[in-house]
Design a protein around this ligand. Structure first.
Ligand SMILES: NC(=O)c1ccc[n+]([C@@H]2O[C@H](COP(=O)([O-])OP(=O)(O)OC[C@H]3O[C@@H](n4cnc5c(N)ncnc54)[C@H](O)[C@@H]3O)[C@@H](O)[C@H]2O)c1
Length: 253
């Protein structure tokens, strides 16, 4: 699919990978609907997208809120009259061990709230946006592309029970939707990045980050543009669907 003039929703668009993805599609002339909970940064992201050749509208919404997501997609349908793509990128982490023990005594457990908030945004948010994107594309008669952002952590990563479960779910939904939606001309892909150079990773302790980098065969973090490059490939290659592409510098957890 040629990206020029295509209407594409990007969630979590105001920072990190979402901003890079938005800029990559804007540079190819896409009409973007940028979604995030951070309204101030959304305005800045839209300005950047316009400066490099795309058009951009902003939608301040929480991807975990069903009625807010339904509203975004119905507004996009009303304002643009079509929908060609959705990139389900918004995500958060709330890392911690399942249980932490010292001298045979459990001193900490992963809080249910930390489990739930990650599942709400990283799994339910992708479900809701993917569902509304598919429904909108079908009703508007637009064959489109849905791209989900999973993670290398989908394989299971220490300290990330919640995040690993959500990202494994995202990978499974990708294959399911690819099979279910092909009949409507909708293709679905997921990207499973390793460690990328974004604010989410900047929050990690430098000690853990250095250890992580040492284990990456390419010995560096991914640049956000390198993840966006994979999304462009998924969009443009009409034979790609129902698969998860790992972009992790060769790292295996
Ligand atoms: N950075 C990495 O190394 C890495 C690796 C693998 C996967 N990922 C995934 O890539 C995606 C982007 O990560 P990032 O590193 O750019 O993170 P980031 O923290 O820089 O950006 C996340 C964006 O999502 C927005 N957001 C958070 N909760 C939201 C909600 N409920 N509704 C709408 N928007 C919301 C934030 O405001 C922010 O703009 C996430 O899904 C993350 O899990 C990142």
């Amino acid at each position: 699919m040629n990206i020029k003039d295509k209407v594409i929703v990007v969630t979590g668009a105001s920072s990190g990978l979402g901003l890079s993805l938005s800029k990559a599609f804007a540079a190819r002339g896409a009409k973007l609907a940028l979604v995030d909970i951070d309204e101030t940064r959304l305005h800045e992201a839209a300005k950047l997208c316009r400066e490099i050749g795309g058009s951009a509208q902003i939608y301040c919404a929480n991807v975990a809120d069903e009625s807010a997501v339904e509203q975004v997609y119905s507004d996009v349908a009303a304002e643009f009259g079509r929908l060609d793509g959705t990139i389900n990128n918004a995500g958060i982490t709330r890392d911690g061990l399942l249980v932490k023990a010292k001298d045979g005594k459990v001193i900490k457990k992963m809080a249910l709230s930390d489990w739930q908030s990650v599942i709400d945004v990283d799994l339910t948010g992708v479900f809701l946006c993917g569902r509304e994107a598919a429904a909108t594309m079908i009703e508007l008669g637009c064959p489109g592309v849905i791209i989900n952002i999973s993670s290398i952590s989908r394989a299971g990563n220490i300290g990330q029970t919640n995040y690993s479960a959500a990202k494994a779910g995202v990978a499974a939904m990708t294959v399911t939707w690819g099979k279910e939606l092909a009949r409507y001309g909708i293709r679905v892909g997921a990207i499973a990045p390793g460690f990328a150079n974004t604010p989410m990773v900047a929050d990690m302790s430098s000690n853990i980050l250095e250890k992580a980098k040492a284990g990456i065969p390419l010995k560096r973090l991914a640049e956000p543009d390198e993840i966006a490059h994979t999304a462009i490939y998924m969009f443009e290659n009409d034979y790609f669907t129902a698969r998860v592409v790992e972009v992790d510098g060769g790292l295996r957890l």
